[in-house]
Write a protein that binds this ligand. Structure first.
Ligand code: ADP
Ligand code: MG
Length: 728
């Protein structure tokens, strides 16, 4: 075995779990590092507190004097927690989070110093924006970008740093991050949903979109991970033969968790508690060394911040526990990939989940309204949803046979399908008293009972209704939930706005009662959105064919999928709903394409390097051993050697063949990359990488993996799948 691999495996076996301090209960820890309502009440004057709360609830502005007071309070609180620095924390378009740390410490001259942090530093900062992508926005507009405080997500302390959640915008106000469009989409859906919810309850004055994400990930021992250049540089294995035992036995799922992993999880959960992230569940996932973390759902902006933060915390915590965490959607070929289910719903400030059926027919009509409008929104914008979850890494998962397909469809279950079928038959115009009673008693009135025993939960649907929420399952484990959440909330907002318009017309012009008008519009939506509903096996080939017949999109690769973002229709909607301007959408599209190209480019380089510098030399060395052996046999046995060395001779030839194939494929791939690099249109370049470069990966890998099976285990330089996946 190569020394790197030997050392890595030995280190792994000698690792003991890092002990965890368990002297605090979870509830004692919860939110202790968050500048939350309770803390604010303690540290702020009544006026300042009111001002923050109104900014959170109503989006009102905070004046400079109050900002100074809040900054002072934050600083005082942070210093009691041992914080030494502060940072504006934001989510750039490259993914992950970014921060620039500044010390509170400020010399005052004459050898003294104070801790300084004022409103000005809280409200706005100007990070060096040049290293963040902007899709050309800052070239066309203004070079600078700045971060601005988002009071709707509370400040928190991470390590010794006070982190202030912020938005990141260009000097002329264009969004340069994932948060700005999300906040705008959330405002749009609040407005539209509140207006519709008022049909059913006049007291509703705000609707919050809620998000509960489920984060899947792999844990690999740190030394093993660092012995693989592909994992280090691209977050996934680019080659490696599948182990004799994969996940066929399903013994990992809900199996016992090793002490090392358990201690990591405990430590992680404690940190999450301190940060006020309400994580709750943990269990093994389908694949070996795959796990999941999920919190209780929260308001979407906060939930998105928490997910971004938690990924960072997980990364560091894994490192502390001698693991490398893999968020990649498909780190291992042939092994289940990772996703990030986005559970989504709408909740009113009166405490009602709008996607939860109620006790009265009126409440159920409200439920049906939001339920059907969501289906209609997804129907009208399926391609845009697909684009919001597109990435180079998620391409390996979507459409692979154990993951949601690249086709977006909605699953609602047999019982609700029956309800929609019945609603489709509602008469046009005014309803007879008999029909109304009938609807009340037999259709709308029956819903809660139906849902109680509605257990057929289809696991293969990318967008499923699960009792009181929709679950978007096609989101990649690595991605920022802000992207799909921006799209989902925008399309639902737009849809609800249209709905309200149509219902109002029927009420005002056709003299229909409110519920009659609602039934009438819903009936048409059910009909016109029928093709998005699918109850069968989403992983099957039959569905691909059926979906094609229905005219649903099936965009398998990112460069193709992203096109929906910049369609006339999408841009018009983003502009109408004040979520993004044309410039912002186009900039994002550009960035996503560049990101795609870069990812494939890096992987191509890494793969070429491993194949040339690791695999081929190793194969040659082993081949030489075989040659020496054959020569020896010839010396000893003379004429009869051919029979005795037949296996070796075959192998020598096979090795040469594989080496030749690898060599020529790597050369061709490099040529394809060179050609692609000459293109200066980002769409064409991404297309070229997707169509002309990427296909070589599988071919090169095939021959490398064959060599892995041939070459003596001791000589193989790369840590193998069985070691990566079954060592704990
Ligand atoms: P699974 O998909 O693994 O079966 P569940 O169906 O139990 O898991 O989903 C639980 C997830 O749904 C949790 O993350 C939870 O926070 C989230 N969730 C539950 N209710 C809502 C809601 N009203 N809005 C958003 N997310 C919700
Ligand atoms: Mg789920």
């Amino acid at each position: 075995m190569s020394t790197l691999r030997i050392n890595a495996v030995q280190q792994t076996f000698s690792r003991k779990p890092i002990p965890v301090d368990e002297s605090f209960t979870r509830s004692e820890l919860f939110g202790t590092n968050v500048f939350n309502e309770v803390t604010m009440q303690h540290y702020l004057t009544k006026e300042a507190f009111k001002s923050v709360m109104s900014a959170i609830d109503k989006g009102t502005k905070i004046d400079r004097k109050t900002a100074d007071e809040i900054a002072g309070a934050m600083k005082a609180w942070a210093l009691t927690k041992g914080a030494t620095h502060y940072t504006h924390w934001f989510q750039p378009l490259t993914g992950g989070t970014a921060e620039k740390h500044d010390a509170f410490f400020e010399p005052t001259g004459s050898g003294r110093a104070i801790e300084k942090f004022e409103g000005a530093q809280l409200v706005q900062q100007e990070p060096d924006a040049s290293s963040f992508p902007n899709g050309g926005i800052r070239n066309t507009f203004e070079a600078r970008g700045y971060t601005a405080w988002d009071p709707t997500s509370p400040a928190f302390i991470y390590g010794t740093t006070l982190c202030i959640p912020t938005v990141f915008v260009s000097y002329t106000g264009e969004a340069l991050d994932n948060k700005v469009p999300l906040l705008r989409a959330l405002q749009a859906v609040d407005q539209a949903a509140t207006a519709v919810a008022k049909y059913f309850d006049k007291n509703v004055s705000k609707v919050n979109a809620t998000l509960g994400w489920e984060q899947e990930y792999f844990l690999v021992d740190k030394s093993l991970a660092y012995s693989r250049p592909d994992i280090v540089l691209s977050g996934r294995t680019l080659l490696g033969h599948s182990p004799a035992k994969g996940q066929q036995l399903d013994d990992h799922y809900f199996g016992s968790i090793s002490d090392r992993v358990l201690n990591f999880m405990r430590d992680l959960e404690q940190e999450c508690m301190r940060l006020g992230i309400p994580v709750k569940t943990r269990h093994n996932e389908v694949a070996p060394n795959q796990f999941e973390l999920a919190p209780i759902f929260e308001e979407t902006n906060l939930a998105v911040d928490h997910n971004s933060l938690v990924m960072d915390v997980m990364d560091r915590m894994a490192d502390k526990h001698n693991f490398k965490i893999l968020f990649h959607e498909k780190p291992f070929k042939g092994i289940n990939g990772s996703g990030k289910h986005n559970n989504w719903s709408l909740a009113t400030d009166t405490g009602v989940n709008l996607l939860s059926p109620g006790k009265t027919p009126m409440k159920n009509l409200q439920f049906l309204t939001f339920f059907i409008n969501t289906i209609k929104a997804v129907h009208d914008n399926e391609e845009l949803i697909r684009s919001s979850i597109a990435s180079a890494s998620n391409d390996h998962r979507l459409g692979a046979n154990e993951a949601p397909p690249a086709i977006i469809s909605v699953f609602i279950g047999q019982q609700l399908t029956k309800v929609l079928d019945e609603l489709e038959d509602v008469s046009t115009g005014k309803l007879s008293p008999k029909e109304k009673t009938d609807l009340k008693l037999n259709v709308v009135g029956k819903i809660p009972e139906i849902l109680l025993d509605n257990t057929d939960r289809n696991r293969t649907s990318p967008f499923a209704f699960t009792g009181n929420k929709f679950e978007l399952r096609a989101v990649g484990s690595k991605s920022n939930c802000a992207k799909p959440m921006t799209v989902l909330n925008t399309i639902v907002a737009k849809q609800l706005k249209e709905f309200k318009k149509e219902v109002d017309v029927l009420i005002d012009k056709k003299n229909l009662k409110k519920d009659e008008a609602v039934f009438n519009v819903l009936r048409e939506y059910i009909k016109s959105s029928r093709k998005i509903r699918f109850e069968g096996d989403g992983y099957s080939e039959a569905w691909e064919r059926e979906a094609a017949k229905r005219g649903l999109s099936n965009n398998k690769t990112t460069p193709v999928a992203l096109k929906a973002m910049i369609s006339k229709k999408a841009i018009a909607m983003f502009e109408e709903m004040s979520v993004m301007s044309k410039v912002e959408v186009e900039a994002r599209h550009e960035i996503e394409l560049e990101e795609y190209t870069m990812k494939v480019q890096i992987e191509g380089r890494v793969l070429g390097d491993i194949a040339r510098n690791h695999v081929i030399p190793t194969a040659i060395r082993y081949q030489n051993t075989l040659i020496t052996n054959v020569k020896g046999l010839k010396d000893v046995f003379e004429k009869d050697y051919k029979r005795l060395a037949s296996e070796q001779l075959d192998l020598i030839e096979e090795i040469s063949n594989h080496i030749a194939e690898i060599n020529s494929k790597v050369n061709e791939m490099i040529e394809a990359r060179k050609k692609a690099n000459q293109l200066n249109n980002s769409q064409l370049k991404a297309d070229a990488y997707c169509e002309n470069v990427l296909p070589y990966f599988e071919e090169i890998r095939y021959h490398c993996d064959k060599l892995e099976l041939i070459v003596e285990d001791n000589k193989w330089p790369l840590t193998k799948y069985r070691e990566l996946l079954f060592t704990r």
